[in-house]
Structure formats: C-alpha cells, structure tokens
Design a protein around this ligand. Structure first.
Ligand code: ADP
Ligand code: ADP
Length: 228
C-alpha cells in the first residue's frame, strides 16, 4: 500500500511566504525516505506538513490514505530537540506514556496493555533501567532515546524522525540503524531528515533532496549516485 503521496504539494507558515514548494513523491509500506538538504531547505517543514501541523497551500498530500491531520494518530514523531522543560517534574516512563495517549484518542484511559507497551518501547531503546527517573536528569543521549521511545510506543504505521542521528556515538548509531530496519521489516514507513549521505544510504530506500531552487525525489541509488 501507498503510505505517502505528494503531488505538487507546497507548504507555508503564513500566507505570504512558501516555505517549501512543489514536492512530488510516493512512498510505500516498509520504505524509508531520507530528507537531505542544507539548513533552511525545508526538511522540518516537510515533516510538520506530513503531521498536519502546517497546511498544504497548494497541491495535494495524502498520508496513510488520508488527509494529514486525520492520519496523525497513526504517526510517531521524534522532534529534533526535545520539547520537554528539564524542570518539568515528569519521569521517563510518563514521557513515553504521553506518546501512547496520542494514539488512544479521547475517552480512553490507559490500561495494562499500554503500560506493557511503554516498558517494551523503553527496552527497545535500552532505557528499561531508567524508567522511573526524572526526565530532565537524564543525559542528552538518553533524553534523545526517550523521545524515540515516545515516538514508537504507539506502534505507528509511519515514523518521522528529525535529525535522529545527531550527536550519537558509533554504537548508538548502529543500534538506531538496526531498530529502523526492524520497524521497516514489520511494515512501518519511515521519514528521516539527515545531513549525512552515509546514513541515508544505510537506512533508506528513497531520497528527497531539497535545495533552494531544486527538489529531487528518487531511489537512494538514482539520486545519490548522480550527485557524486
Ligand atoms: P530545515 O529543517 O531544512 O533546516 P526548515 O523547514 O526549518 O528547514 O525551513 C524551511 C523554510 O521555512 C525556511 O525558509 C524557514 O525560514 C521557514 N520557516 C521555518 N520555520 C518557520 C516558522 N515557524 N515560521 C515561518 N517560517 C518558518
Ligand atoms: P496538540 O495539537 O495536542 O497541541 P501538537 O500536535 O501541536 O499537539 O504537538 C505537540 C507536540 O507533540 C509536538 O511538538 C511534538 O513533539 C509532539 N507530537 C506531535 N505529533 C506527535 C506524534 N504523532 N507522536 C508523538 N509526538 C507527537
């Protein structure tokens, strides 16, 4: 099935400036898309558009067969930097449970299945031991993995990651690559923004290359080898 389809989709934060223009692409179940381009090229904008946080001002965008806002409950999102105030008195477990709430929708309390899902997500990112710790007291790398757990805990059909490899050491990089591979094998589609061509080649099937005046979409092989 097609997970993401964009036809001449343009995005804007306000009515006067187009932040990202004329994106055309198609991504299927289990495929992974790398967003590559310099700062300001529109990588975060595209992720926010897929989440339905900013509108398409022209063209069309279909996410999991629906308009973006409607699909957002089936999407996991890891923002570029954590959006949790370090003073906020919340444990790692509670942060990950927040990701679970998003998929529950209104009028449902979390049950034992949700608590189990939280524990599993924490195990997958190697943070089971830290579950009860104050989120703000964790190291930067641990907070980043906590945000990843929050993004995957709802067992999303599509996972969006904004620069997830930034600041990771080699072993954490390998672990993240492996986790992304497992998720893809179970049918999850992935969109990941990165500056790193090597990561894109290792983790992704497709590339959306964003430049100021030119946008290119294709398979990793066709886009990245033509650059070299
Ligand atoms: P990247 O993630 O590739 O660094 P962005 O998506 O953040 O790029 O930026 C793309 C364009 O959108 C830039 O011209 C930027 O100035 C503009 N932009 C980003 N965030 C906002 C915002 N909150 N309000 C208005 N314009 C924005
Ligand atoms: P609300 O509409 O409830 O105010 P937003 O959609 O504006 O929430 O998102 C608030 C924060 O929640 C975002 O900054 C982002 O970090 C996180 N978030 C958004 N969508 C998702 C998602 N699908 N999965 C996990 N976290 C998300």
């Amino acid at each position: 099935p097609v997970h993401l389809s964009a036809e001449r989709a343009s995005f804007a934060y306000d009515s006067r400036h187009i932040a990202l223009a004329e994106v055309n692409l198609e991504l299927h179940e289990g495929e992974a898309l790398a967003l590559i381009g310099p700062n300001g090229a529109g990588k975060s904008t595209f992720l926010k558009g897929v989440l339905g946080l900013i509108p398409t001002v022209s063209g069309s965008l279909s996410v999991l067969g629906q308009p973006p806002r409607k699909a957002s409950r089936r999407i996991g999102y890891m923002p570029q930097s954590d959006d949790i105030d370090p003073e906020f008195p919340v444990t790692l477990r509670q942060v990950v449970m927040m990701g679970r709430y998003r998929s529950l929708g209104p009028l449902r309390w979390p049950g034992s299945g949700d608590r189990r899902a939280v524990n599993e997500a924490l195990e997958r990112v190697g943070l089971a031991e830290q579950a009860g710790k104050h989120f703000g007291s964790l190291s930067g790398g641990q907070q980043q993995r906590g945000m990843l757990a929050r993004a995957i805990v709802s067992e999303p059909s599509m996972l969006l990651l904004d620069e997830p490899f930034n600041g990771l050491d080699r072993s954490n990089r390998e672990a993240l690559l492996e986790l992304l591979g497992e998720l893809r094998a179970s049918g999850t589609s992935i969109i990941v923004s990165t500056h790193d061509f090597e990561i894109a080649t290792a983790a992704c099937t497709h590339v959306l290359l964003l430049n100021r005046c030119q946008i290119e979409f294709g398979t990793v092989d066709s886009v990245l080898t033509s650059e070299a």
